[in-house]
Design a protein around this ligand. Structure first.
Ligand SMILES: [Mg+2]
Length: 413
């Protein structure tokens, strides 16, 4: 039986501000872009009581919480503390998979002999993080990644929720299906039509009906609902990347057929980069063919990016070098080579902070960043499939539309 711990720092950026300035403790602190077009990237729990959430436009946050303390982000400081926190994690296992600056999975299956049962490990990690940095981290313990992540979320803030081995399905059963990875608003609604609102109902639902309605995703969802999530914790280099990949229902071939999906994947990766406050220079295309052989094509950009258009242009060039005429079973887009620490001015500008833009990051870049922020806000409210930057659509819209329907979310969601 595996033992997975999910760790998630509580309101991380806002907590750092309250840590460094004791005068801010107990007050609603909102970190994000402070100009008109900025978005919130973190809100303290005091601010959340006013309905302030991350990815909300700062202007709306100001309306909801006029007495809030609005601060621009300080990424170098967040990175410094993140490194200190991850150093604590690595004392308990080499199998640490970072998801962002403030979130990670630990596989502690083989740490038990040395450090005790998984719940004790989580408790020790929490107290070491608090003693070492002054920050609180919520922990979830389970036998798979998905349940561990849900558990840490349920205990927030400063929580520790452990799902005893063998009880994962029972733990998940009463929760709404929207808690499952890969179940967005559209799928949730479609499940409700079938009379399925809880994870337990989904786990008991006839698989054949789900497959008829949702394709292979239906079987995948049902397996997750039953607590069957074999995805491993992937440490180190591979995890220092953000990616999206999809397996097609039937093999596709030719650039014409593949590009819409690659655009969709570029948009998803760019959005996750911006959520994590990261930009990367290395863009990697992965192509798996019908015979299960695989190639990757890697490009290093002149500067780090979190923009779907830049990622897509690089991927499109890579595709020409990846035999797109063959039968293709899966494509994936990954960005790595992050530089959050090295480029704080660009990060600040991303959030629309006035005066933070160095020369050259005004005009087109500022407009693009504002567009991205607006798209993120829309996607947050209506689901990712609802927004596509029109400027990226270089082909007829009808060739784009199937990209949203064909792919079945792979394991990396
Ligand atoms: Mg967090």
């Amino acid at each position: 039986m595996r033992a997975i711990v999910h760790l998630d720092l509580d309101a991380f950026f806002a907590a750092v501000e309250q840590l460094d300035d004791p005068g801010l403790r107990g007050r609603p602190v909102i970190v994000g872009g402070t100009s008109g077009r900025g978005v919130v990237c973190a809100a303290s729990y005091e601010a959340r009581r006013y309905g302030v959430r991350s990815a909300m436009p700062t202007a709306e946050a100001r309306r909801r919480c006029p007495d809030g303390v609005f601060l621009p982000p300080r990424f170098p400081r967040y990175s410094e503390l993140s490194r200190a926190v991850f150093a604590v994690y690595r004392r308990y296992t080499p199998l640490v998979e970072p998801l962002s600056l403030d979130e990670a999975f630990l596989d502690v299956t083989r740490s038990r002999a040395l450090h005790g049962d998984p719940e004790s490990i989580a408790r020790k990690v929490k107290s070491e993080v608090r003693e070492g940095t002054g920050l609180t981290v919520s922990a979830g313990v389970a036998d798979c990644k998905m349940a561990a992540k849900i558990a840490s979320d349920l205990g927030k803030p400063d929580g520790l929720v452990a799902v005893p081995p063998g009880t994962t399905a029972a733990f998940l059963a009463p929760l709404p299906v929207s808690r499952l990875w890969g179940v967005g608003r559209v799928t949730e609604q479609a499940l409700r039509v079938l009379g399925v609102t809880t994870i337990g109902e989904l786990a008991r639902f006839p698989e054949q009906v789900l497959v008829e309605r949702f394709g292979s995703q239906g079987a995948h969802m049902r397996a997750l609902a039953a607590g069957d999530d074999p995805r491993p914790v992937v440490p180190d280099e591979e995890a220092h990347s953000i990616g999206a990949e999809d397996t097609f229902e039937r093999d596709l071939s030719g650039e014409e057929a593949l590009l819409p999906t690659l655009l969709d994947q570029s948009v998803r990766v760019a959005r996750r980069l911006r959520e994590a406050g990261l930009r990367g220079r290395v863009v990697t295309l992965k192509v798996k063919y019908g015979d299960f052989t695989m190639v990757t094509r890697r490009t290093t950009l002149p500067r780090a990016t979190d923009d779907a258009g830049e990622i897509y242009r690089s991927i499109r060039a890579d595709l020409a070098r990846a035999s797109p005429e063959r039968a293709v079973r899966l494509t994936g887009v990954t960005v790595s080579g992050f530089s959050a620490e090295e480029e704080p001015p660009a990060q600040l500008d991303l959030l629309g902070t006035p005066g933070a833009s160095p020369p050259g990051r005004v005009g087109a870049n500022a407009k693009r960043d504002a567009l991205n922020a607006a798209l993120d806000a829309l996607a947050d409210r209506y689901g990712e499939a609802s927004v596509r930057p029109a400027t990226l659509v270089e082909r007829a819209p009808e060739t784009l539309r199937p990209a949203i329907q064909w792919p079945k979310r792979g394991g990396k969601g």
